[in-house]
Each structure stands twice: as structure tokens, then as C-alpha cells.
Design a protein around this ligand. Structure first.
Ligand SMILES: [Zn+2]
Length: 292
């Protein structure tokens, strides 16, 4: 694990896409721009990996070579709150993402657990059950280095409040939370305003999952527009009329000496990743200067 905060895009950088080069060349491209994380988007995947094993391994090899940390965003077509058939199909889709993540040497498979259908307690129970079954599959297949990383979700009809996400991580082995700050903000209709709002989130995660979890937290960030039910659309770092602000997060990363992975979900992905990195490194050096 990196002993520094790492930064990178959720998906292929826009300028890279124009070059029509294979995905295996993304790490080199990111590294040349000073970035060191990449979240591969397997968001439309079905029950079979939609990538050759050979290419996934090549991506993993190049990521190591260029010091880029990999994660995978799993299929959107996952609903562990649904009926038995839906849950089985969801498990197969997530397993195909996990299989490819293992080929690549990615650390996490991020996913949205599901949509409320019964009581919130029953829905949560179903998610725990399905995730436990997936962890069993991972163990029996010799997959030990990939974590299931349920994400805090952005809409009020999706399971994935901070509390639910932490409960899933408490109840299922081989998990860690993905904290999408924008989703927490949107779902709470603008609840992340001042630094103590962010601090409360870190404190709660630390209390329930331990200090190691906040030290190397897997995060998503973008400025976000929200409506009555939550997230509407993502905005760039320069569109400061939309929250949450990034500075409070950067100040806390410096203050608490954290090494999170921050994945940019901005519409301009890696360009804004570099801005996030600049802000965090500025706060870290400010703090170091204050110290000495
Ligand atoms: Zn997501």
C-alpha cells in the first residue's frame, strides 16, 4: 500500500481515449501526468468478464511498472435486495468483475449493493447473505487479495447510507467501505458543509471499523448537483457553486496523516484528479511547515 495519498480517474482519461490506445497503456499515461491510481470501469459487465485474461494481466503488469494503484468499479446491474433470481444474477455479475480484478491485481471491487424493496433491515440482511456467499466463492477460488468495497450511494432509494455501508463491512469478511463523499453530500441534501461534517464521517468509520480503515480509505469525489431524491449530475472542480468543497477533506487528510485513495468522478476525470492532488499536497506541506 502506498505511504502517501493516491489520486486517479474513474475510467479512461478523455484525452487518452482519443489516442485509441489499449487500456493497458493507461497507467503509463497517468504516471506521466503525476497520477498514481486508476479505477477500471466494469460497470456494464454481465456474468462473464468482458476483458481477456491476458489483457487484464497486461494492465496489472503495466500498473505495477508505472506505480499506479488499481481498483475496479463493478457492474451497476447488481441488486442484492431483490428476489432470489435477481440476487443470483447479481452475484454472477459481481463475481465476473472480481475475477478480472484478481487477474489485474486490483485491490478493490467497488459496487452499489442494491435498491430497497422490503424493510431496510430485511434488505440489509439479504445483502449480507449475498456478500458472504461471494466471499465464500472468493476463498474457494483462491482470490485473497481483492476486497469487496460497497459504496455509500447517492440516492435515497439505494441501499448504502454510511451506516448501512459500515454495517456491511462489519458483518462480512474481506470488505472495506468505499466512501463516496459526493454521494453522502447528495443523499443528505448538502450535508457536508464545514470541516466538522467531514470529521464526523471519519470518526464514525474509525469507531466502527478501526484506524487502519480510515488511514487507507478508498474514496470517490466530485462536485455534485442534487435534487429531492439525491444525486443528479457531476460537476468539475471549477464549478464551485456545487458542493461538497474539497478543501475540508484535504485539510483533514493532512491533519490526520491519512493515505487515502481518491478517485475522481468529475466529468473531466484526470484533469480534476491533478487538482485534488495539488490541494492535498499543498495542505500537507503547509502542515509540515507549521510543524518545523
Ligand atoms: Zn459507484
Amino acid at each position: 500500500m502506498a505511504n502517501r495519498p493516491t489520486f486517479g480517474p474513474a475510467g479512461i482519461p478523455l484525452a487518452f481515449d482519443v489516442l485509441k490506445r489499449p487500456v493497458e497503456d493507461v497507467p503509463e499515461y497517468l504516471h506521466s501526468g503525476g497520477l498514481d491510481a486508476f479505477e477500471y470501469q466494469a460497470v456494464r459487465w454481465g456474468p462473464k468478464p468482458q476483458m481477456q485474461k491476458e489483457n487484464a494481466e497486461k494492465l496489472g503488469f503495466k500498473a505495477k511498472e508505472h506505480d499506479v494503484r488499481l481498483s475496479v468499479h463493478g457492474s451497476y446491474f447488481v441488486n442484492f435486495c431483490g428476489d432470489a433470481l435477481t440476487v443470483e444474477a447479481s452475484k454472477r455479475r459481481l463475481i465476473s468483475c472480481i475475477t478480472a480484478a484478481n487477474w489485474m491485481g486490483a485491490h478493490e471491487v467497488v459496487f452499489h449493493p442494491g435498491f430497497y424493496s422490503k424493510s431496510h433491515e430485511e434488505d440489509l440482511r439479504r445483502c449480507v447473505k449475498a456478500m458472504n456467499e461471494i466471499v465464500e466463492f472468493m476463498k474457494s477460488s483462491g482470490i485473497f487479495s481483492v476486497s469487496l468495497a460497497p459504496e455509500t450511494t447517492g440516492r435515497v432509494f439505494q441501499l448504502g447510507s454510511l451506516d448501512e455501508t459500515l454495517t456491511l463491512c462489519e458483518k462480512v469478511e474481506s470488505t472495506k467501505p468505499t466512501v463516496d463523499w459526493s454521494h453522502i453530500h447528495a443523499r443528505g441534501r448538502g450535508k457536508l458543509r464545514v470541516i466538522d461534517d467531514f470529521r464526523r464521517v471519519f470518526n464514525e468509520i474509525e469507531r466502527r471499523l478501526g484506524t487502519d480503515t480510515i488511514k487507507e480509505l478508498h474514496c470517490h469525489y466530485t462536485r455534485v448537483e442534487f435534487g429531492r431524491v439525491g444525486e443528479r449530475r457531476h460537476h468539475t472542480m471549477d464549478e464551485t457553486e456545487y458542493g461538497p468543497d474539497f478543501e475540508p477533506l484535504a485539510i483533514l487528510i493532512a491533519e490526520l496523516d491519512l493515505n487515502p485513495v481518491i478517485i475522481s468522478e468529475s466529468p473531466i476525470l484526470d484533469i480534476d484528479s491533478q487538482k485534488m492532488q495539488d490541494i492535498v499536497f499543498r495542505e500537507i506541506s503547509k502542515r509540515n511547515n507549521d510543524r518545523f
